[in-house]
Write a protein that binds this ligand. Structure first.
Ligand code: PLP
Length: 461
């Protein structure tokens, strides 16, 4: 058929709107999206015809193209992916997953009116922060607490309250950048605090702080270097020493502990990671940490410590701008609750469970996924091997967690091609590549996702 005839054969929009598939789609899809998808399907056929790519076509061919266009258009842009990387707190993939209780709390808060800022006992206005403050106090031993949008906001707000126009003394070894967007010096500048750097990159002594304390000093700041470690000839001033100095000089000590670790990981065979409880016990005045890293909850920044300082922070106008929303509060409450009983926390919070679950469990699961994929009868070679997972999120950077992975190689496609195709699947499967193979780490994959992974592979080959 000639191009002109083919173009004439293209149906009109009105006709397509009578197609059963289209009528069906209109039931659950916004009409403008249906129309736009039809138009795009027709346009793409028109272009293919003009480019001589099509010799003939049926109405059903157009409908197929419409169906794939509308599926993409209609699915959310922020969507589920399968994290097969073995990086547990993967900042690019949304950090911590919420536990069931937290998810249910979010749904209830979102679908209903709630007592967000309403005191049910007095029938008067209440505090947004009261719902989680008691829990945080109970779990951490803090006198008071307040919660904001994220830890970057928590640090900025704390400095803005306690140190605006004054000097914050911080060790050069702690002027770190975390995750590309949190740079300690920049956050300090935004807060209005003046940065006084003391010591050197690898060694800072107590006298470095002491010699720099003046009338202008607002806080002594300690920052957890989170995502990197200096080895060798190093010296850091301990929190105890800093607190002692702060007390002597009447200067508050603020610690940005970063990850928000609330259980002592050394009990489970990991290297000791400073906990929020320990910092408070050591007498730090204010400690700030993230909600969605090792704590295993939603994105949030928690500020805990002495009541006199937390009260000032609550009154800062900036708190209003950085405030946490009802859904996050609901999720945070549902998460924090488990820390009342640590044995429950390590079982129920996905982040903690993924870090602590035994490798043997993942070996069995890897075997099952391997069998599942082999049954597809596709052209690739699968090996089950021991490997390491990472905590991620700038937490415990040197900790390697033993795990089991599937290493997959195809003779007809490169690892890069496989990775890209898995990533482009409707439910993207995000994998690592190493030495010409793609790697699926079972530690961050759920059993419920095995089917989807198999479908993704079928689609790839
Ligand atoms: C991650 C981290 C931050 C930033 O926290 P967000 O919750 O991502 O804003 C700040 N300080 C330290 C030490 C961190 O590890």
């Amino acid at each position: 058929m000639g191009n002109k005839e083919l173009l004439r054969k293209l149906p009109k929009m009105d006709e397509l709107l009578k197609e059963a598939i289209v009528i069906d789609k209109l039931k659950d899809t916004l009409r403008p999206i249906v129309l736009e998808s039809l138009r795009e399907a027709l346009d793409s056929f028109r272009i293919d015809i003009l480019n001589g790519k099509i010799e003939d076509f049926e109405r059903s061919n157009i409908m197929e193209r419409f169906s794939s266009i509308i599926e993409v258009k209609n699915s959310p842009k922020l969507k589920k992916v399968i994290n097969a990387t073995g990086v547990i707190i993967h900042t690019n993939l949304g950090r911590s997953l919420l536990c069931g209780e937290a998810v249910r709390n979010v749904i209830t808060a979102a679908e209903n009116y709630n007592n967000l800022e309403y005191n049910l006992e007095t029938g008067a206005r209440g505090s947004r922060y009261a719902h989680v403050e008691e829990l945080i106090k109970k779990i951490t031993g803090a006198e008071a607490a307040v919660v904001v949008n994220n830890n970057a906001a928590a640090v900025m707000l704390t400095l803005s309250t306690l140190c605006s126009g004054k000097e914050a003394i911080v060790s050069r070894g702690q002027l770190v950048e975390i995750g590309g967007s949190f740079r300690v010096p920049d956050v300090m500048r935004f807060s209005g605090a003046k940065l006084v750097e003391v010591g050197t990159t690898n060694r800072t002594h107590l006298y470095d702080y002491e010699n720099n304390i003046t009338e202008e000093t607002g806080v002594l700041l300690k920052v957890h270097t989170s995502n990197f470690k200096i080895m060798g000839f190093t010296e850091e001033v301990s929190l105890e020493e800093l607190v002692e100095l702060g007390n002597k000089k009447k200067v508050p000590v603020v610690e940005d502990i970063g990850s928000g670790v609330l259980v002592d990981f050394s009990k489970y065979g990991f290297t000791y990671e400073p906990t929020v409880q320990d910092s408070l016990k050591k007498g730090v005045d204010v400690v700030t940490f993230s909600g969605d890293k090792m704590l295993g909850g939603p994105q949030a920044g928690i500020i805990a410590g002495k009541k006199e300082y937390i009260d000032k922070i609550k009154k800062n106008q900036l708190t209003r701008a950085l405030r946490i929303d009802k859904m996050t509060l609901a999720a945070l409450e549902g998460t924090l609750k488990y820390y009342i009983d640590e044995t429950e926390a390590v079982k129920k919070l996905p982040t903690l469970y993924m870090i602590l679950s035994p490798k043997e469990e993942h070996k069995k699961r890897a075997q099952r996924l391997k069998t599942r994929l082999q049954r597809l009868g596709l052209d690739f070679n699968i090996r089950l091997e021991a490997d390491y997972s990472m905590v991620g999120g700038g937490s415990m950077p040197t900790e390697k967690i033993e795990t089991f992975v599937l290493k997959i190689k195809s003779s007809s496609a490169s690892a890069e091609q496989l990775e890209k195709k898995l990533r482009s699947y409707v439910t993207p499967v995000i994998v690592r590549i190493y030495a010409g193979e793609i790697i699926l780490d079972l530690r961050t994959i759920f059993d419920k996702d095995f089917d989807t992974i198999a479908e993704a592979f079928k689609n790839v080959m």
